[in-house]
Write a protein that binds this ligand. Sequence first.
Ligand code: KPL
Length: 300
Amino acid sequence: MEIVVFGAGSLGSLLGGLLASEHRVTLVGRDPHVSTIRSEGLSITGRFDRTVAPEATTDGAGLAADLVVVTVKSFDTEDAARTLATGEFDVALSVQNGIGNEETLSKHLDCPVLAGTATYGARLDSPGHVDCTGHGELTLGPRDGGVSSVAKDVAEAFTAADIEANAVPDMSRKLWEKLAVNAGINPVTALSRVRNGVLGEGSASEISRTAAVETAHVARAEGADLSSHTVLSRIDAVIDATARNQSSMYQDVLAGRRTEIEAINGAVLERAEVHGIDVPVNRTLTALIRAWERENTDKK
Ligand code: KPL
């Protein structure tokens, strides 16, 4: 299969690198990561150990492939969609944090857009090197629900490349479940500068779990069948599977970069307001990360 991975950050590089063992892959990213991949290949360590040689480019315009996997930060989805619209793809798959990415891609692309969530832990150690810090799974399907043969084919393409992938009929619920996990883990690890595993116990863990439960409450108001019990067992499982991982928001804060707070806890707040639900923990976490961003980034 010809696959473009648009967004060679940590998760995009891990997925793209693994896919490259089995498929023809083009990674779209930034320098110096891209130029290092071109000259030395992409090395993957941690749960996997291999060096691969995908195509790599900083220019994502006018590309064509069977599948494009979108892994950019949620605040870059609109720009990515406009660039991808200059190329040609049979199917697009969003594997991003937050909700609403698939809608944004669908506005610009002619092909079917699948929703996906990944619970792999990944970290870009240095240009050309990604460390897989937590083994997870990829779940994907049509964003409006149901099973499609396209989703099954895409899942098979990932499975062939050693990535545990499943096509499921209830992606809307899965997206809310992932949002609850991210709302609980990401800002708490970023604010306390700890790896995911530290949230396995203690009072920071209580804050994470309450943020996840609040998110499940909002999800139910939005029509998703998601119990508090389900999100609690899910967040525990993800903390366990990615214990060694620095969450993506913690990595952003360490690098002084803009975070995905608006697409995660900010999105929970926004939907909660529509339904008149109070989400004090999500509100507090959003306010604290926003304050950090104001002081430390130019939000570029
Ligand atoms: O998705 C993640 C992230 O860091 O954004 C988790 C699952 C929390 C893994 O770290």
